[in-house]
Design a binder for this molecule. Structure first.
Ligand SMILES: Cc1ncc(COP(=O)(O)O)c(C=O)c1O
Length: 457
């Protein structure tokens, strides 16, 4: 079978038809959009909510488990799951129940509760790092980690991988030149209001290129390498065999801290991707799903890093450390974190979601093969990504080259109109413990019919 050509005209005509169908079937969303347009910049509380490619924002009425219902009464199988925040299902029962009782016992006192002891023990058992701190978002946790790394190493630079995303921490938005990777990197052009030259203190190389890492770290100027163990924000890029162990060695050889941002890669298993490695990072960040989708993030550190952090704090003059926010680790958050870690994000839950994602990934691959498309599916535990390239990309540049915003949006809209939602950014699909075989079947049927329409001559 020859690879079919998907024409731009076909993509556009499908997208146009689907946009009309979306609007026609959602009068209540359209009505609410008229109201919110008057009060919100871009018509939505957070401008990303307008990134779905829908003609008006999709207004949600309620969400439970693997499903949500919009204000027009349409039900969706949710494979976006709040871009990971709800990867243990919407409103997981133990968290919901705890939330109901904790609602009457105080929210924030800037003091620890008994839940802090439970959550701390649970984090250490899960990820293997002995000490933890709280933040309110994964962005903040990454920001604090970078700050600590600089403080304890007394080095200014950090190294990241091309195509990375670690939240809106400014330091990481440095890119290689897509036309000439040997040219000097530059600050990401899309950043708004960024006045600093980020390349001054951030350098970037391709993921899976250990020689490039070694070359950079040899200068001993880098406080840390901050990375996801697999890149999940430019499509998906898995580490090559041995790459992460070599990265660990390169960091050790040069006194550079290795930081794993497991905010998304926690999908790999109970202990995140770290659990698949036979070494630990120096520091680890997790957020989004860690307290069942409520605002909470954590960062952990090894004993020796903790000791250096204590010393840095002790010798610093009195005053602001630049690390922390008032509501981080508040009473309510700690209650939900402890509950989610011990009762929801269990080994059993991970086993289940990985089995379900394997079924979804196999089904997607099968459809791609039967339709002779040069696309690939890359799975990382509970999440997968279908990408418009024949084999899984090996670095950020390859992953970005494979992206096609127009095609993505047409597919996403097509799926939405058939009761299936995936993330608006690239083609990530995530499952939660309630994702059923029927949900997966619904996804695969809609996907296949979309692919067939796209491939028509
Ligand atoms: C790997 C990674 N780290 C950190 C973040 C930031 O999370 P938040 O937006 O909750 O701060 C994201 C967000 O997508 C992420 O993908």
């Amino acid at each position: 079978m020859t690879t079919p050509t998907i024409s731009r005209d076909r993509i556009r005509s499908i997208a146009q038809r689907e946009a009309q169908a979306f609007l026609q079937a959602r009068p209540q969303s359209a009505r609410l959009a008229e109201q919110t347009e008057q009060h919100y910049l871009f018509g939505v509380p957070l401008h990303w909510m307008a990134d779905w490619g829908t003609p008006v924002p999709l207004f949600v009425e309620r969400a439970q488990g693997a499903h949500f219902t919009d204000v027009d009464g349409h039900e969706y199988a949710d494979f976006c799951l709040g871009d990971t925040g709800a990867m243990f299902g919407h409103s997981p029962s133990p968290v919901a129940q705890r939330l109901a009782t904790a609602a009457f016992t105080g929210y924030t006192a800037m003091l620890p509760t008994a839940d802090a002891a439970i959550a701390g023990k649970s984090l250490t058992e899960r990820f293997g790092l002995p000490f933890w701190q709280l933040a309110t978002t994964a962005t903040d946790a990454n920001r604090f980690v970078v700050r600590w790394a600089r403080a304890i190493t007394e080095r200014k630079k950090i190294l990241v991988f091309n195509g990375c995303y670690h939240g809106t921490i400014d330091d990481v938005f440095v890119d290689l030149n897509p036309n000439d990777p040997s040219a000097p990197p530059s600050t990401r052009a899309s950043l708004l209001g960024q006045v600093y030259d980020l390349t001054q203190f951030t350098d970037v190389v391709e993921f899976n290129d250990i020689e490039a890492v070694r070359e950079k770290l040899a200068s001993r100027e880098f406080a840390c390498v901050l990375t996801e163990p697999a890149l999940t924000n430019c499509g998906m890029v898995l580490p090559r065999n041995g790459f992460l162990a070599q990265l660990r060695e390169a960091c050790d050889a040069t006194g550079t801290l290795l930081v794993f941002d497991e905010t998304h890669t926690i999908s790999a298993g109970y202990s995140g991707y770290t659990g698949l490695c036979d070494f630990l990072p120096d520091m680890l960040v997790a957020g989004k799903a860690i307290a069942g989708g409520l605002p909470c993030a954590v960062y952990g550190m090894s004993e020796s890093i903790a000791q250096r952090m204590r010393t840095a704090k002790e010798i610093a003059p009195p005053g602001h450390s630049g690390i922390g926010t008032t509501l981080s680790g508040n009473m309510l958050t700690m209650a939900l974190l402890a509950t989610n870690l011990t009762e929801v994000a269990t080994k059993e839950a991970f086993n289940q979601i990985i089995v379900q994602q394997s079924k979804l990934s196999a089904g997607l691959r099968d459809i791609i093969d039967r339709n002779a498309l040069s696309w690939s599916v890359t799975q990382l535990g509970a999440r997968s990504e279908f990408q418009f390239c024949a084999t899984s990309p090996k670095n950020g540049s390859e992953a970005e080259t494979a992206m096609d915003a127009e095609l993505e949006q047409a597919i996403h809209l097509y799926l939405l109109n058939r009761g299936v939602m995936i993330t608006p950014f690239h083609n990530m699909t995530l499952v939660c413990p309630e994702t059923s075989d029927a949900d997966i079947e619904q996804f695969l049927m809609a996907f296949e019919s979309c692919v067939k329409e796209l491939c028509q001559p």
